[in-house]
Design a protein around this ligand. Structure first.
Ligand code: HEC
Ligand code: HEC
Ligand code: HEC
Ligand code: HEC
Ligand code: HEC
Length: 474
């Protein structure tokens, strides 16, 4: 008790300095601010991203620095007084029975207890906050803008970034937090790559992310796809391509899913380029037999092989960037772009394909160019459909803003989509009849292996009529 008193009394004496007092004020202020927000944070309400930074990241920082200031002040005061020679050799005795000291002890105990609760709540909510879509997608606004924008419009818009990029389990969580620190530094130093390169290294295996929601055993057998396309003629003639995709599924080894991911099937491949677009070597194992297909003379080491999973076909499940013609078709189907304007399909694509240095450049030029086209070439239409033209010009700009991000150097086709074979090589990276096994068997390009082509660019396909899907309504 005696030694404790001998140790405590100089502390009490020394803490009476302006640095420590500022520390006390800062801690108190941070605590009070935190209490004001407590009702919102306890409800788990999502805040505006910048507000989130303040409450979850900045405030704890201020709180902790206030705590640190107190001992720093004590240390500084001690050095100062020693240097001046005014450091007293004895201190007024601290009497444990004195009411002042008891009050002080009680105060220190209560505040320490509160501080521990507050600090743990702070760090818990900071970690939780960093896992939200708002933090991932909006905090580093420019950097993540392309991915965030695409995510918001995708079938996975309600799936948080971390569900695919981190997934459940502690070890990936820690890994992601470590690599996240490096990324944050790169953002502050402004030396991150633009565009962000793909494939994402160390993306967690799909089995542990996608397959926590999508069950391999539950895939649909076949899927009808109606692809509507507008022509580049004056009437923007609408036509349909209808596919029946043989998705396959369940434990079977048939169809698109079953042939690559069915029970006992493993596909391993070697890509000779960064983006996995050139695949000269494929190893196919099914029911215990392995066949090797190669195009050219390559012999990769086992460590260079990648096991195929969902992401090798669905590499854009949520960050879906479209090509200009498809994006225009979709906007015309929904009516955002008026299909009653002459040559609207052709002209819209022409305008989208121009190069725009910045987003504001596009804002200034796209709607204007669209209006100019009709003012100059179709003055009569321009007079009659003025509102349609203005609205469509704005819709065209929106297409640009959903797909092109000059600040991140994301342009048409920057991120290839591997699902299909028309816009990018996709399936034909392997299914090109050029990959041969010993004996000459190739990976097939037989059109009906993957889908039946029920109609090809037809105006009014009988199959849709028979199925009761009215193509005219579109
Ligand atoms: C449904 C799963 C899923 C969700 C949800 C998701 N991502 Fe992704 N993301 C992927 C996949 C798969 C890739 C890998 C693409 C590749 O390697 O080719 C990717 C790639 C990326 C890339 C690399 C650049 C690019 O465009 O491919 C960034 C950056 C990214 N995601 C950020 C985000 C952010 C931010 C969010 C939340 C707003 C998010 N992701 C939500 C699956 C997802
Ligand atoms: C947290 C759950 C969850 C995770 C993780 C998830 N998905 Fe999904 N996914 C969904 C839901 C829900 C839908 C259905 C959305 C709808 O019908 O609007 C969906 C839809 C899809 C579709 C159909 C899209 C369409 O156009 O019909 C595909 C393909 C898909 N997911 C692939 C993936 C892949 C690949 C991954 C991993 C990179 C993944 N998903 C991860 C929940 C998830
Ligand atoms: C060999 C390429 C390939 C692989 C590997 C693959 N898929 Fe698919 N998947 C497709 C194709 C092609 C479609 C049809 C796309 C369409 O309809 O536009 C599809 C469709 C889907 C759909 C939509 C089905 C429906 O009925 O709406 C889901 C969900 C899906 N895949 C999830 C997955 C998951 C999860 C994995 C990994 C376990 C996976 N896929 C692996 C090619 C693949
Ligand atoms: C990494 C290479 C690779 C990619 C990419 C790939 N496949 Fe395959 N696929 C194979 C191999 C290997 C086989 C088995 C060939 C054999 O045994 O004859 C196969 C078989 C198939 C089969 C069965 C063919 C048959 O004759 O019954 C279908 C269907 C199929 N793939 C669809 C697709 C689709 C759709 C895509 C794109 C979304 C795709 N594959 C992408 C390698 C690939
Ligand atoms: C390895 C599997 C596979 C083979 C082989 C294949 N396709 Fe496809 N095809 C697909 C997939 C997957 C899609 C994309 C479906 C989607 O967009 O949902 C597609 C889409 C298409 C489309 C629609 C294009 C569009 O505008 O979106 C056409 C047309 C087409 N295929 C024609 C063919 C023809 C012709 C052949 C034979 C030379 C062929 N395909 C061989 C898998 C295949």
């Amino acid at each position: 008790m005696k030694s404790l008193r001998g140790w405590l009394s100089p502390l009490v004496y020394l803490s009476n300095n302006w640095i420590s007092l500022v520390g006390v004020v800062v801690v108190t202020a941070a605590t009070v601010t935190w209490m004001v927000f407590l009702p919102i944070t306890l409800r788990g309400g999502l805040l505006h991203p910048y507000f989130g930074i303040v409450v979850y990241l900045l405030l704890p920082g201020i709180f902790v620095s206030g705590l640190v200031l107190i001992p720093v002040g004590i240390y500084w005061n001690r050095r100062r007084q020693k240097a001046k020679g005014s450091f007293p050799s004895t201190f007024p005795p601290l009497d444990p029975r004195s009411p002042e000291l008891r009050k002080l002890a009680a105060f220190v105990m209560v505040t320490t207890f509160l501080n521990i609760i507050i600090a743990s709540q702070f760090s818990y909510s900071a970690v939780r906050y960093m896992d939200t879509t708002a933090f991932c997608g909006q905090t580093c606004h420019v950097v993540m803008q392309p991915e965030f924008t695409a995510h918001q419009r995708s079938p996975h818009s309600h799936v948080e970034c971390v569900n695919c990029h981190i997934g459940p389990g502690a070890s990936w969580f820690v890994r992601s937090k470590f690599s996240g620190v490096g990324q944050l530094i790169a953002v502050f130093l402004n030396n991150y790559p633009r565009p962000i390169p793909v494939p994402v290294r160390n993306l967690r295996p799909a089995r542990e992310t996608c397959e926590t929601c999508h069950w391999r055993q539950k895939f649909a057998e076949d899927r009808l796809r109606d692809i509507a396309t507008y022509g580049e003629d004056e009437q923007n003639t609408l036509s349909h391509t209808v596919l029946m995709l043989h998705l396959g599924g369940g434990p079977s080894r048939t169809g698109i899913h079953g042939r690559h991911l069915g029970q006992g099937v493993t596909v391993r491949y070697y890509a000779s380029d960064e983006k996995r677009q050139t695949i000269p070597y494929v190893e196919y194992t099914s029911a215990g037999t392995t066949t090797i297909f190669t195009s050219g003379n390559v012999k990769p080491a086992p460590s260079q092989l990648r096991e195929m999973d969902c992401i090798d076909c669905h590499n854009r499940p949520t960050h879906i960037y479209q090509m200009p013609a498809r994006a225009v078709d979709d906007a015309m189907l929904t009516g955002e772009l008026s299909s009653s304007l002459p040559f609207v399909k052709k002209q819209a694509v022409v305008i989208l394909k121009q190069s725009y240095a910045t987003e504001s450049d596009a804002v200034a030029r796209i709607p204007a160019a669209f209006e100019d086209f009709y003012r100059n070439n179709y003055p009569k239409v321009y007079g009659q459909q003025r509102d349609d033209i203005t609205r469509s010009g704005k819709a065209l700009l929106t297409i640009f803003q959903h797909n092109i991000f000059p600040a991140m150097k994301v342009n048409w086709g920057t991120y290839p989509n591997n699902l299909g074979h028309t816009d990018f090589d996709g399936c034909f990276r392997c299914h090109d009849e050029q990959h041969a096994a010993q004996g000459g068997k190739t990976i097939t390009q037989d059109c009906s292996a993957c889908h039946n082509l029920l109609a090809s660019d037809e105006k009014n396909p009988k199959i849709l009529v028979d199925l009761g899907i009215s193509p005219a309504a579109k």
